[in-house]
Write a protein that binds this ligand. Structure first.
Ligand code: FES
Length: 123
């Protein structure tokens, strides 16, 4: 791994309509690098467990072998986590819909119970 190599990372933040572009050094976590430049992106746990920072990869490759991360199935579908993700080529991603990846990773029912006003846990 060459730490001096830079990769152009483009993030489309669909909820705000903003597109952010930075040159991220290889080996650096993408979320942290964007934050250090004052860019605000969704996150929660910061260690690859919650899926709050998940994005859809539109083009390019991302190394997300750190942390527990997404299931292989989710990675195969083209999703990635920015908090533990490192660019290994030019990369273009877009933010997910709210809870989109959470529901796929942890199960639809769990996602529905979590947000449902009629949850059995409320009784
Ligand atoms: S912030 Fe939780 S998985 Fe990235």
């Amino acid at each position: 791994m060459n730490m001096n190599r830079l990769h152009k990372v483009t993030i489309h933040h669909r909820q705000t309509g903003r597109t952010m572009i930075l040159e991220v050094p290889e080996g650096e976590y993408i979320l942290r690098n964007f934050e250090s430049h004052g860019e605000e992106l969704p996150f929660s746990c910061r260690n690859g467990c919650c899926t709050a920072c998940a994005v859809r990869v539109l083009s390019g490759e991302i190394d997300q072998t750190d942390g527990i991360g997404l299931s292989q199935e989710m990675r195969d579908k083209g999703y990635a986590l920015l908090c533990i993700g490192k660019a290994i080529s030019s990369l273009e991603v877009e933010t997910q819909d709210e809870d989109e990846v959470y529901e796929m990773q942890f199960g639809k029912q769990l996602g529905q119970i979590k947000g449902s006003p009629a949850s059995p846990f409320d009784i």
